[in-house]
Design a protein around this ligand. Sequence first.
Ligand SMILES: *Cc1c(COP(=O)(O)O)cnc(C)c1O
Length: 387
Amino acid sequence: MIPYGRQEITEADISEVEKVLRSDFLTQGPTVPRFEKSVASYCGASNAIAVNSATSALHIACLALDLGPGDWLWTSPNTFVASANCGRYCGASIDFVDIDPKTYNMSISALSDKLLKAEKLGKLPKILVPVHFAGQPCDMSAIHQLSKRYGFKVIEDASHAIGASYNQIKVGSCKHSDITVFSFHPVKIITTAEGGMALTNNKELADKMFRLRTHGITNEKKKMKQRPENQIWNYQQIDLGFNYRMNDIQAALGLNQIKRLDHYVESRHKIAKLYDKEFKNLSITTPWQAPFAYSSYHLYPITIKTDSNIKIQKKIYDELRNNDIAVNLHYIPVHRHPYYEKLGFKKNDFPIAEKFHLEEISIPMYAILEDEHQYHVIETLKKVITA
Ligand SMILES: *Cc1c(COP(=O)(O)O)cnc(C)c1O
């Protein structure tokens, strides 16, 4: 089976991991801060907090921004559930902003309209979580301007988008946001097996997130609430945090993977270019790219242009699977999951995301996709579409 996405593990990756296994530090040791520095400097952000998943990073990002009961978090319905769940972990209410039919990212005009209405009702969001779907950055300067006007905070869910840029500015720079979150799950651009990271230029938010990833404990004297009675054993828990730490084994893998990040993104662009070219004269909509965006192409989402209502998505999905191509669908709109329907969301609440879900297919896209396999995908799709 040709998967829709997969990691590459090199001999050098294995040897870096092995070095850690033979060292004194298996948990968080010297390699985690080295990995953090490396990602922060790549992105041009001043602080990076490595954790055990992007989900954990989203959670501590929300907590650092004081999200709690009575607050609202808004995100895109076209995302993985974690982008919304982080708000629920904090007891906040969730709402969604429908997507743009061209980029499949949160629609800026839908966002503007919804903010205008929310202001009148006194229900403005405290946090907005734009998601860079498939690796294509959202229109961040528009989002930034709206955040200033309405006073909400911005957490970029950039789980798909390490290596991408917005107007030549690297995603993760936090130029237009308070915090940016990456995922290092194996299907993402680079991997640490499981892992994630939060980046920010705000030192206070960074300190809070460092504490929250490890039980809310500090060992900085000036942060301690009372003078420790015992001068030797001097750490204090000052917030309620978690064990969300990344370990040195994961960090060593990430640190070696990030060396290949630009190369990976270039190879994903090459693959996208060939798909774009080969599907040009077919009734397939290829992923449109905004002029300000340099995508990391985590996914290559296509939709089939059809006038009829026949279930062509299912047919193509099955045909590709029958030909050893394991395509995937991104995403079941978050509000249509039973958990969110119980909270009151229903069909047609966000019709563009729902329509996209019924048409979209993510075809194989990963840095080490072999030419031969890509041509097999192209030829199979051509056959199915014209059949
Ligand atoms: C993968 C993903 C996450 C969660 O990442 P984990 O590291 O598995 O927790 C969150 N948001 C989006 C958009 C994702 O694709």
